[in-house]
Write a protein that binds this ligand. Structure first.
Ligand code: PMP
Length: 424
């Protein structure tokens, strides 16, 4: 029995599908203790958009460490934080004509979501937050209340309250009117719905099955929020930092959310960091009203700044991501054409293959692992094979990984139905 099985909690998850013991990683590849290489089409759940140990970021980090730059600084002002804020304003906010105050809410995505929910409730004096079917916002209680997955919600152990889940785009099938229900409930005094504080939305649901909201749907949602003075929170934890092409996933739809949450790849190097961006007039926090020990991971600030300077001073990464995304989509579409009921969906370098038999996706992911490619499934039934390589993946790596995935999907689909039954 390995030390992991003996000592580590049963809660562990990714290591079950990928039981290798990893040691090194460079770019799009991880290496296990025996030196076997694995191509990474998961990118740390979206936290490694610039690849593993990206040399440019590593250099900045090494220089900072060598100079005894401060590592942990609570929320004290530091040179590294100042540089990050200036760079973020210059390269991200200014070119997009966005005016946000920046909050450091704690190191993880769920920290940022919690801060956004708290702030929305404080600003409006209201309680309810509207969320969407198959949404994923994190594992702490506030975030769980706006997360769809039943198994994850059960883990809370207490009632998850003050949230209302409504259908995401496409949930009711094509042709269903967008927001008809919410609109009616907001205007009908007999509906039983209190005016919500906020709506929280992902423009593409990553964990929920690579569900892509249409531009018109997002715009209608923003308009509905504006009309009823409900705050719009975009959770860009997974889809931000270029995953869908543009830096923010909501740029394509032309939205200006009231609050934006970012984490995962904002630190650049896989180092924990999160940001909550708020409209300046919403910044009603009292000093220390929302705090936390680890809001000053200066190593992450250094790599975040280096990532912004290296990748967001021009549009080369965005163009590359869109082009690579098209390639992935093309291969998946060909594959889907041979599988009745299969569907391809995604934007930029997050692409999903939804399979008509949910177990096929899991079997394909397992087969891919055997062949040296890491890829995850998503969706309520794990029915979607979700491809999310680093944005820095090379064309050769894409060719190699996509060939393996195509073989793996074909292998899974060929499995006899009785075998699938045995898998449960
Ligand atoms: N929001 C979204 C959209 C996410 O995908 C995730 C993580 N998968 C989170 C929030 C939570 O982030 P974390 O795991 O860092 O708490």
């Amino acid at each position: 029995m390995s030390v992991f099985e003996k000592l580590e909690s049963e809660v562990r998850s990714y290591c079950r599908g990928w039981p290798a013991v990893f040691g090194r990683a460079v770019g799009s590849r991880l290496y296990d203790e025996r030196g076997r290489a694995y191509l990474d089409f998961f990118a740390g759940a979206g936290s490694l958009n610039y690849g593993h140990n990206n040399p440019v970021l590593k250099q900045a980090l090494l220089e900072y460490l060598t100079a005894d730059g401060i590592t942990q600084a609570l929320d004290m002002s530091t040179e590294a934080k100042g540089e990050l804020l200036e760079t973020f304003a210059e390269l991200v906010l200014k070119p997009r004509v966005l005016d946000y105050k920046v909050q450091f809410p704690g190191p993880t995505g769920t920290n940022a979501v919690e801060s956004a929910l708290k702030l929305a409730r404080k600003v409006t004096g209201r309680r309810t937050v509207v969320s969407f079917t198959n949404a994923f916002h994190g594992m702490t209680l506030g975030s769980l209340a706006v997360t769809g997955n039943a198994a994850k919600r059960r883990g809370a152990g207490v009632p998850l309250t003050d949230a209302l889940a409504i259908p995401y785009d496409g949930y009711l099938g094509a042709g269903a009117p967008d927001f008809g229900l919410l609109e009616r409930m907001l205007t009908d005094r007999g509906s039983g719905l209190e005016l919500p504080a906020a709506v929280i939305v992902e423009t593409v649901q990553g964990e929920g099955g690579v569900n892509v909201a249409r531009r018109e749907w997002l715009r209608a949602l923003a308009e509905l929020c504006r009309q009823h003075e409900i705050l719009l929170i975009v959770d860009d934890v997974q889809m931000g930092c270029g995953r869908t092409g543009a830096f923010f996933s909501f740029e394509e739809a032309g939205l200006t959310p009231d609050i934006v949450v970012l984490s995962k790849s904002i630190g650049g190097y896989g180092l924990p960091m999160a940001l909550t961006l708020l409209r300046p007039d919403l910044d009603v926090w009292e000093p220390g009203e929302h705090n936390g020990t680890f809001r000053g991971n200066n190593l992450a600030f250094v790599t975040a700044t280096a990532a912004l300077r290296s990748y967001w001073a021009d549009d080369a990464l965005e163009r590359g991501t869109l082009a690579k995304g098209e390639r992935v989509r093309g291969v998946l579409a060909e594959l889907a054409a041979g599988i009745p009921g299969a569907e391809v969906r995604g934007r930029g370098l997050v692409q999903g293959l939804a399979l008509p038999v949910p177990q096929w996706a899991g079997l394909a992911a397992r087969a891919a692992y055997r062949r040296g490619v890491l890829v995850e499934t998503s969706g309520a039934e794990g029915q979607v094979l979700k491809l999310m390589p680093p944005l820095t993946v090379t064309d050769e790596e894409l060719t190699e990984g996509l060939a393996v995935l195509a073989d793996s999907v074909r292998e899974a689909v060929e499995r006899a139905p009785e075998e699938l039954g045995a898998l449960g």
